[in-house]
Design a protein around this ligand. Structure first.
Ligand SMILES: [Zn+2]
Ligand SMILES: [Zn+2]
Length: 307
């Protein structure tokens, strides 16, 4: 474990004003993530798991690429949301299109084929579920309610919802979206981040962005500041002994939560969601240190009582 508290908030940021506050998700979001998962799987103790998730994520890209046109917020709604700094496509305010269910079944079909015969039971069960069950599971997942959530089905449902919300976010333009008043919530869909990333290159060099767990949008937040409670005092950084510090946990002594910081400056191919899954050892360490995770990863939902 390594800890340092040297960095001060805003220290890295140069002249404010020209910083892109919002980066909407790129067309190849899932393809890049799948590639990163396969790279991380090499020599990893969770190699089989990471490769399994890579199959899921590769097929998220196929679903995104083939996504049909579905309704979008109109100009009036976007303008109102912008005026009041409200995210325009929150899961509770913007009705999800039933197409997500078709994506979920397509993803499950592919996983079924990619899974050895002995491990297919939960996927087969998923494929036999009714529409109403899928909708109620999606509600539980999006509302963060673990009671009644099928933990085996959650990654497939989460992956399908990510596809729809990423498609929606990609139809919007950054200037239509206002910054959310709470730095821990996505300005586009109001969801929590999966992790944050220090970017390299261009005007974003050295800047920290939080990536949305649902729609893949990224929003800027100064470094060394707790995204959960705004605290800037005594922020600590933890990493796993022997790692290359590509992934560190930014821990807040005020609210006792942490968010991972993924360093693109230490590895250009990082992906917040993929690197989060591959750094479970850091989550275990932070649990032992008494910190709760403020990031959400829809590809791995922990039950109550899991650490
Ligand atoms: Zn979002
Ligand atoms: Zn805090």
């Amino acid at each position: 474990m390594a800890v340092n508290t040297i960095l001060q908030p805003g220290e890295i940021e140069g002249s404010a004003g020209d910083i892109p506050e919002l980066r909407l998700p790129p067309a190849a979001l899932f393809a890049s993530r799948a590639q990163r998962l396969k790279q991380l799987a090499e020599g990893h103790s969770l190699a089989d798991y990471l490769r399994f998730i890579a199959v899921l994520v590769e097929n998220q890209q196929a679903e995104l690429d083939a996504h049909p046109e579905i309704p979008l917020p109109d100009a009036t709604l976007l303008a109102n949301c912008r005026e009041y700094a409200m995210p325009p496509i929150t899961p509770s305010g913007w009705p999800r299109h039933p197409h997500w269910q078709e994506s979920a079944r397509n993803l499950a079909d592919t996983l079924y084929d990619a899974t050895p015969a002995g491990g297919r039971e939960s996927i087969a069960r998923f494929l036999g579920q009714e529409k109403e069950w899928l909708e109620s599971q999606a509600n539980l997942l999006l509302e963060g309610r673990l009671d009644g959530l099928d933990l085996a089905a959650a990654p497939i449902i989460g992956a399908a919802l990510q596809v729809q919300w990423t498609w929606l976010a990609r139809q919007l333009q950054a200037h239509q979206i206002a910054r959310h008043e709470h730095p821990n919530l996505c300005p586009v869909c109001g969801s929590h981040p999966v992790a944050s990333m220090i970017r390299v290159g261009g005007v974003e060099n050295g800047l920290r962005y939080l990536q949305c767990a649902l729609c893949g949008s990224e929003w800027h937040l100064v470094r060394a500041k707790c995204s959960n409670c705004d605290n800037t005092k005594d922020i600590g950084y933890y990493s796993v002994e022997g790692g290359k510090d590509v992934v560190r946990a930014e821990a807040c002594p005020e609210c006792r939560t942490y968010l991972k910081v993924i360093h693109q400056d230490k590895d250009p191919l990082v992906d917040p969601a993929a690197d989060d899954l591959a750094s479970l050892a850091l989550d275990l360490l932070m649990g032992e240190e008494g910190y709760a995770k403020s990031g959400i990863n829809y590809l791995m939902i922990h039950g109550a009582g899991d650490s």
